[in-house]
Design a binder for this molecule. Structure first.
Ligand code: AMP
Ligand code: GLY
Length: 423
């Protein structure tokens, strides 16, 4: 079958690379893709926001399956438009994508169906929000309701910080429509893990757990980013915790979506906090994680194209999804100024080719005058594969040392939390 990936970042590079290896897939396209993705896909410069142009292209090329990478097109309803044109999609409908598109929607649904998450309140009035903060005390977490590219969350250590975040979101209108409503949450203590699952509307098949590193600096210091590195499998998710998360989070949420008349098809991403009371949901995302995808998919042994089509057809089975032994680790190289700003056009020096045990996925690069240059906050995701986590990390960092550009930033402590569980 012919598959078309929507998006052009590191996650989509990984999706296209893996789909190109699937026996069931004869050709991969990408809208818009990227220069680096041309090695595995035919990239077509169409704006995904132009649904009519997208569906016209898909029909002309007789594409069998569309894989939507980022949240924005899902929340905007691209999956519905493509399905209406008679083409299969891996990704939820606009209605189901509210699970990521609206924090209030997600929290209310978790409350209704008894899915463990932080206690919360919803506010559109700054004075009431501040009164709630005074009552609850700090630390406390303030979240803009809508999509804010990972930046709509303030983890406030003091009451003053929390109130300033409320002013920023509600009064200063910093997040526009996404921030007219805020969710104020109980601060949860624990280690985080990302648990992604294939879902066909009913059946849930979890992937191996991974762990992201959200802060820009080593030791989880500095501002939040889109994610500075990942590894999989993450040993914080023991067999017992995986079962608990499956039984209490993934399955109940998929049942809830069906009961609410918006069956979930695609990748369901549960961002979990492993608290002393068990796993609790930090957030749901309606797509693969970035850079979780970069470490999870290289370890997948099944045929990704077949799995994704089975999700759309309601025929997903557990035996389609199996995993290789060993570990994967991804180190993100970010450009100067990230996450506040990003720097473009710094020349990337070094070999970016794939080897047997290292993969170089492009998050934000462009190709100018015969070489790659930086073109975004997160620039490259360098993945190492090995028999165990230490070997995977060694491979990744060996490659990192050989890829340089002006102002390059990366974390040197990716994966270190895992060793506390492995000892
Ligand atoms: P989110 O964008 O919802 O993933 O939040 C970004 C980060 O903020 C998460 O990865 C957590 O590290 C942190 N965070 C969000 N909500 C909470 C919470 N209720 N308690 C503690 N930390 C949180
Ligand atoms: N890496 C976090 C995310 O994809 O949301």
């Amino acid at each position: 079958m012919k598959v078309c990936v929507i998006g052009g970042g590191g996650r989509e590079h990984t999706l296209a690379w893996k789909l190109a290896q699937s026996d069931s897939v004869t050709k991969v396209y990408a809208i818009p893709g990227s220069k680096a993705m041309e090695d595995v896909a035919e990239c077509v410069a169409i704006d995904w926001q132009d649904f009519a142009a997208v569906t016209k292209f898909l029909q002309k090329e007789a594409i069998d399956l569309v894989v939507i990478g980022p949240e924005a097109p899902l929340v905007a309803g691209l999956a519905d438009a493509v399905r209406a044109a008679g083409i299969a999609v891996f990704g939820p409908s606009k209605a189901a994508a509210q699970l990521e598109g609206s924090k209030v929607f997600a929290k209310d649904l978790m409350k209704k169906y008894d899915i463990p998450t932080a206690a919360y309140g919803v506010f559109d009035d700054a004075a009431k929000a501040k009164a709630f903060i005074d009552e609850t005390g700090a630390p406390i977490v303030i979240k803009a309701d809508g999509l804010a590219a990972g930046k709509g969350v303030a983890v406030a250590m003091t009451v003053e910080e929390a109130k300033a975040a409320v002013d920023d979101m509600l009064s200063a209108n910093r997040f526009g429509d996404a921030g007219h409503i805020v969710v104020i949450e109980e601060f949860m203590v624990g280690e985080e893990a990302s648990l992604l699952a294939f879902v066909d509307g009913t059946t849930v098949v979890p992937m191996i757990a991974s762990q992201d590193h959200k802060r820009i600096f080593d030791g989880d210091k500095g501002p939040n980013t889109g994610g500075m590195g990942t590894y999989a499998p993450a040993p914080v998710m023991t067999e017992a915790l995986l079962k608990e998360a499956y039984d209490k989070v993934l399955v109940p949420m998929v049942k809830a979506m069906k009961a609410e008349g918006m069956p979930y098809v695609g990748c369901l991403y549960a961002g979990l906090m492993i608290t002393p009371e068990g796993p609790k949901v930090v957030e749901f995302n309606v797509r693969f994680g970035d850079p979780e995808t970069q470490v999870v998919l290289p370890l997948l042994d099944g045929d990704l194209g077949e799995i994704m089509m089975a999700c759309e057809n309601g025929r997903l089975t557990e035996d389609m999804v199996s995993w290789r032994d060993g570990s994967a680790a991804c180190v993100i190289l970010a450009s100067a100024g990230y996450p506040e700003t990003s720097h473009k056009d710094d020349v990337i020096d070094g070999d970016l080719s794939f080897t047997e045990d290292t993969l170089v996925f492009h998050s934000g690069t462009s190709f100018k005058d015969g070489h790659y240059v930086t073109a975004g906050g997160r620039v490259l995701g360098i993945v190492g594969l090995g028999d165990d986590l230490q070997k995977a990390l060694d491979k990744a960092y060996e490659r990192v040392a050989k890829v340089r550009f002006e102002g390059r930033q990366y974390r040197k402590d990716i994966g270190q939390k895992a060793f506390a569980h492995l000892r």
